[in-house]
Design a protein around this ligand. Structure first.
Ligand code: HEM
Length: 551
């Protein structure tokens, strides 16, 4: 201190003391922040590369407004690493942008990456932590419960079980072809009805005969909205992942929660909506998955919330995904007619016109075409849900800490020029021994259904249904350009114009469906009418409506 300052502080000792205290308070207030930031930088140094996070907010505000999967793909190229770290608030998240790294971590080390991370919006405020989709598998007790839920799901829709569903799944797909003859402009609604009806017959023993059924207009619409909100982003509700304390506010004073986590009571029962649907199905004479869950209750001590979630998952995970995949197939059929020609030759040779394709027909090109549908624009574009390691793990010397949000960027994985040359081209030849084929980890040739122990439990049902439906569409129809009535011009389609949700689908586009041939048209009518007669055994109504269920 110089002389003047010493003199001044001797004359004003109180003020000096005040200044000292202020410094102290500032230091005490900022010290945790500094330490926390030092921890973030230390973790950044140890974890896979990625942009430098800011204190508290991490990289959240560098996220694009929509479709962050493009951003993660760019970052992966920028940092020259297939695995990158991106900070959502104070949480490091790891993004895998390459099939080989995904295979190395999520498949070969499936026993490590079998848990889910903390998901505030989707799990804690949304579908619930005890829902199979969100379950932790860190402790032995959690793992036991997970195994039971997974087993119960397999007993409903596992690889053996879905063979039993093939007939009605095929019939529902015949009804779609039939409906396309009369109301082709409503093709999206037909696919939604088909997909919802299949899982409703399995889950509740009741078909969904119309796309005005409240299961579609209320329940699926709600689930669709939830999936569209669940994309890492810098707006609410996902911004709560960055500022978790905002979730603690009660709903009435927290509009940012979008109603998530509400505890509305039913006016009918003490149970929730899906439990009520399941109980209603249990009381019916028809075999269905809900009935099976009630039967297994004593053996596995299945709780009401579990019955509710396991049956709801069929609708939540199985409807939107399956219908969106069929919309993508139509877009591909419209945009890449050349890819269909070998399919038509094969179909005409093997199947003919007097019947539509059956599951067991030997149609290798069609199998490849359906694989390409799954790859080209995979519906679960960021692999559905994140995984989390149950212990600290290392990739190429980088740390991936226990519990870390670890997500496969399916967009980047299926869009890698090395594995899929000219990746935006719809090209079934990739799956044959041709110049366009490249090595890919695993037998399937795509990673559309996730990985390891958390891979999609409905995969076999979805693959079976998509195959039956796409094969029938290609066999039955030419998908040509719609014509603008006012201008007489053909309406183009944009193969990049997709929605922004976690499960994306093409934005509405217009096409013209034309039966390929008069005999084929007659076959579609005959088979459609027969299918409706055969499906009549599943007709029925639920007494519950989601919109009027709560007080
Ligand atoms: C084209 C259709 C479908 C696609 C692309 C799809 C995709 C996915 C993906 C990517 C996951 C996350 C996997 C992971 O975390 O590694 C998943 C999970 C799941 N899916 Fe599907 N899915 C489809 C249809 C279905 C159907 C039809 C059902 C049931 C009827 C279903 C039930 C489930 C369940 C229960 C899980 C959670 C598994 C767990 O966390 O253990 N999915 N699905």
């Amino acid at each position: 201190m110089n002389d003047t300052a010493t003199e001044w502080s001797l004359r004003h000792p109180r003020l000096d003391d005040f200044r000292f205290r202020i410094h102290h308070v500032v230091l005490v207030a900022f010290l945790p922040l500094l330490l926390d930031y030092a921890w973030m930088l230390y973790m950044r140094w140890r974890m896979p590369p990625g942009p430098c996070p800011w204190p508290i907010v991490g990289n959240t505000f560098s996220l694009p407004d929509v479709k962050p999967w493009y951003h993660f793909e760019r970052l992966s190229k920028e940092y020259k690493s297939p695995v990158i770290t991106f900070w959502i608030g104070r949480n490091p998240t790891v993004w895998i942008n390459d099939a080989w790294a995904a295979n190395e971590l999520l498949v070969k080390r499936a026993g490590v990456y079998c848990s889910r991370p903390r998901m505030l919006v989707f799990a804690e405020l949304g579908a619930g932590q005890s829902n199979l989709l969100n379950m932790y598998t860190i402790t032995p007790a959690q793992r036991d419960r997970f195994r039971i839920q997974r087993k119960l799901t397999h007993q409903g829709i596992g690889v053996q079980q879905v063979i039993r569903y093939r007939n009605f799944q095929n019939d529902e797909s015949k009804v779609v072809a039939y409906d396309l003859l009369t109301t082709p402009e409503e093709y999206v609604e037909h696919f939604e009805r088909y997909a919802t009806s299949v899982v409703s017959i399995i889950g509740f023993g009741r078909r969904v005969a119309s796309n005005k059924d409240p299961i579609i207009t209320e329940v699926i619409a709600l689930m669709h909205r939830a999936a569209s909100l669940n994309v890492p982003g810098k707006t609410f509700p996902m911004l709560m992942e960055t500022f978790p304390w905002l979730a603690k506010f009660p709903n009435w004073m927290a509009p940012w929660k979008h109603g998530l986590g509400s505890t509305r009571k039913s006016k009918h029962t003490n149970h929730d909506f899906f439990y009520s649907l399941a109980a209603e199905a249990n009381a019916s004479d028809r075999a269905n998955y809900s009935k099976f869950l009630f039967q297994e209750t004593p053996k596995y001590n299945v709780q009401p919330l579990e019955i509710s979630a396991l049956s709801a998952n069929l609708l939540g995970a199985g409807s939107d995904t399956s219908s969106s995949t069929l919309i993508t197939a139509v877009l591909a059929m419209r945009a890449f007619p050349d890819a269909l020609r070998p399919a038509w030759q094969e179909l005409d040779r093997v199947v003919g016109k007097s019947r539509s394709p059956a599951f067991d027909d030997d149609l290798p090109y069609m199998r490849a075409l359906v694989k390409e549908v799954f790859r080209w624009r995979s519906v679960a574009i960021i692999g559905g849900m994140p995984h989390a390691p149950v212990a600290d793990d290392y990739w190429n010397g980088y740390l991936i800490p226990k519990g870390c949000w670890t997500q496969g960027n399916v967009w980047a994985i299926h869009h890698n020029e090395r594995d899929f040359p000219d990746p935006d081209r719809f090209n079934p030849r990739r799956y044959f021994d041709t110049d366009d084929a490249r090595p890919f980890p695993g037998e399937k040739g795509y990673m559309t259904f996730g990985w390891g122990r958390r891979s999609c439990a409905g995969q076999y049902l979805a693959e079976q249904g998509t195959y039956l439906s796409v094969a029938r569409l290609v066999w039955g129809f030419r998908v040509g350009p719609a014509v603008d009535k006012a201008t007489g011009e053909e309406i183009p389609v944009d193969i990049f114009d997709y929605t922004d949700g976690l499960n994306w689908r093409p934005r509405p586009f217009r096409v013209l469906f034309k039966p390929r041939d008069e005999e084929i048209r007659r076959t579609i009518v005959r088979e459609g009418e027969q299918a409706l007669r055969d499906l009549a055994e599943f007709d029925g109504e639920s007494k519950y409506r989601f919109s009027t269920f709560f007080e």
